[in-house]
Design a binder for this molecule. Structure first.
Ligand SMILES: Cc1cc2nc3c(=O)[nH]c(=O)nc-3n(C[C@H](O)[C@H](O)[C@H](O)COP(=O)(O)OP(=O)(O)OC[C@H]3O[C@@H](n4cnc5c(N)ncnc54)[C@H](O)[C@@H]3O)c2cc1C
Length: 245
């Protein structure tokens, strides 16, 4: 079913930070809604037309499968890129934009059996899959396992999903702001996620790390975790590579 395209329409759009919108859309045909399933952490491809040409862009699903079934809506977070085809189209007030989606895709998903700590590292909208996964985790799970989420942004006004993450008491949170000079908030440090990871006590035999977002960050941390003897199975990653056409 991954080649199948589904017609969707924008239901709601919210500005969630200076440079990011949360787009909420619904399937036009109820039959499509009923067959569409995904695992928390996966992404979809979006198809849209600008000046007669069709474009395809990938976006992580930001809500959980359970939330999707309840609300009948899929959520994605789009960060604004200057002169970006998708960015400029979806930043408009217009909501009646013809869109098709395809998917789901991706292997950035929770393990069936958790052996050690889960460490979720994301930059910008690369935190979206973790919002989906955490909505999916039961209180029981969170009481039994230790999870840490490290969020990276340039400035505080670009931060997203922190209210969601703060609602989970049992998760350790670290926010890294790479360009902010005035750090005011709790759990927040100046610098990149690559530096913050050094604050953690990691177990390379049992922990699983998740990396999502900026490709350079992922390349850096891949080397870091491999040097610590993490195996490929213990490092799950999704690079937000842009297609550029
Ligand atoms: C698996 C996957 C999941 C993704 N999930 C998300 C997501 O959840 N949210 C999200 O916002 N994006 C996500 N992306 C990136 C997304 O698919 C688009 O690439 C992004 O939204 C830019 O698209 P655009 O059409 O606005 O810009 P484009 O028209 O593709 O690019 C316009 C110009 O900006 C440059 N450019 C594009 N992106 C960047 C960038 N990040 N940094 C610097 N320059 C850039 C291009 O080189 C080009 O010159 C994901 C990508 C992948 C591969």
């Amino acid at each position: 079913m991954q080649n199948q395209r589904y017609d969707v329409k924008i239901h709601n759009k919210i500005q969630i930070s200076k440079n990011t919108i949360l787009l909420n859309f619904k399937f036009i045909n109820n039959k499509d809604f009923e067959v569409f399933n995904f695992i928390a952490g996966q992404f979809i491809q979006l198809f849209f037309v600008v000046d007669g040409k069709e474009y395809r862009r990938s976006y992580s699903i930001a809500n959980s499968p359970e939330n999707f079934k309840q609300t009948q809506a899929l959520e994605i977070a789009i960060s604004f890129v200057e002169n970006g085809k998708a960015s400029e189209l979806f930043a408009q007030d217009k909501v009646d934009i013809p869109i098709q989606i395809r998917g789901p895709f991706g292997l950035l998903t929770l393990p069936k059996v958790v052996s050690g700590n889960l460490i979720f590292i994301g930059t910008g909208t690369g935190l979206a899959p973790y919002r989906s996964m955490l909505q999916n985790l039961t209180v029981d799970f969170l009481n039994n396992y230790s999870a840490t989420i490290i969020s990276g942004f340039r400035y505080e006004n670009e931060a997203i999903f922190q209210q969601d993450f703060n609602s989970y008491d049992n998760i350790k949170k670290i926010v890294c702001l790479s360009r902010e000079t005035n750090i005011k908030s709790q759990h927040t440090v100046k610098g990149r996620v690559q530096q913050a990871i050094k604050m953690l006590d990691l177990n390379s035999k049992t922990d699983t790390v998740y990396l999502c977002g900026n490709p350079n960050m992922i390349d850096d941390l891949l080397v870091y975790f491999k040097d610590l003897n993490f195996t490929s199975k213990q490092i799950k990653r999704e690079k937000y590579i842009y297609s550029g056409h």
